[in-house]
Design a protein around this ligand. Structure first.
Ligand code: F3S
Length: 284
């Protein structure tokens, strides 16, 4: 089988930075308990490897006091503002691995909201990154997930709006959603905060999916950027498969399939991509 492997498959800069930080702390701070706020990435293999090394995951603000003398690492998605403040107040030692691209959105939302703008975040309301972003607004803030949501939002005429996006949102869908606001009677300021790693990954996946007979997207079940890649690829290639690891790959490809494309979400480690690639090359 011939394979086209996406160049932009796998860990992005922000995820690499956060994961490396956890491994570094485990090595350097022997004897100290290392915690992460939520799983460091949406990848069970990496999370369970860290668990074996003693890293604990705390899930909520209520668990913060248990950290005591431990060290807390904030993942690349970031956290809610008030949780950050509580960590400081409790005097917990922490390392902030919030991706700088996410931090930039926090700053925009904080500034524009303080200036009286209504904030619109285009993204998945349930995603922890969006939950964090929303918390930086001090005035009205709405999350919209689609152009349909945007149409339903009926704000007073002339409302001053600042629109930002979740870093991993689909570029085309973001534009379609923004258009619903721009066509209307609001005063709109748009900041496209989709990170370039996501854009490049999505554009490349779209291009490859258009060329191949089958497409494999590797990513964590809870990884929204991986699911979006799957969405994009499915539109171009009917034989698109979503897998987490090589174990999920029970491919019974149609006979006509000669060329397979592979891409992976931001939280997929290189070794998993390699394994899948090697395996697919051996299918005859
Ligand atoms: Fe950061 Fe973009 Fe990755 S926002 S965490 S570099 S997908």
């Amino acid at each position: 089988m011939e394979v086209i492997l996406a160049e932009h498959a796998g860990f992005c800069f922000g995820v690499t930075r956060a994961v490396d930080e956890v491994y570094k702390q485990v090595e350097e701070k022997e004897g100290r308990q290392i915690y992460t706020f939520g799983p460091i990435i949406h990848n069970e293999t990496v999370v369970s490897d860290l668990e074996k090394k003693g890293v604990k995951v705390i899930e909520s603000e209520a668990d913060l006091p248990e950290i005591g003398n431990g060290i807390l690492i904030i993942r690349s998605h970031g956290i809610r503002k008030e949780i950050h403040e509580k960590i400081e107040k409790l005097g917990i030692e922490y390392i902030d691995s919030t991706c700088p691209f996410v931090k930039r959105i926090h700053n925009i939302v904080e500034k524009e909201s303080a200036a009286g703008k209504t904030i619109i975040v285009v993204g998945s309301a349930k995603h922890p990154e969006v939950d964090g972003i929303v918390s930086y607004a001090t005035g009205p803030v709405y999350v919209v997930e689609s152009p349909e949501d945007a149409t339903k939002l009926n704000l007073p005429e002339g409302t001053e709006i600042c629109i930002v996006s979740q870093t991993t949102f689909n570029t085309n869908k973001f534009q379609e959603t923004v258009d619903k606001f721009s066509d209307s009677r609001y005063n709109v300021n748009v900041v496209n905060t989709i990170c370039s790693a996501t854009e490049e990954r999505q554009t490349e996946a779209d291009r490859i999916a258009g060329q191949v007979d089958a497409m494999i997207v590797i990513g964590g079940a809870h990884s929204s950027n991986s699911r979006k890649l799957y969405e994009i690829c499915s539109k171009k290639c009917a034989n698109t498969y979503f897998i987490q690891t090589l174990d999920d790959l029970h491919l019974e490809l149609p006979k006509a399939v000669k060329l397979v494309g592979i891409t992976a979400g931001a939280s997929t480690p290189k070794n998993i991509i390699e394994e899948v690639q090697k395996y697919v090359r051996t299918i005859i």
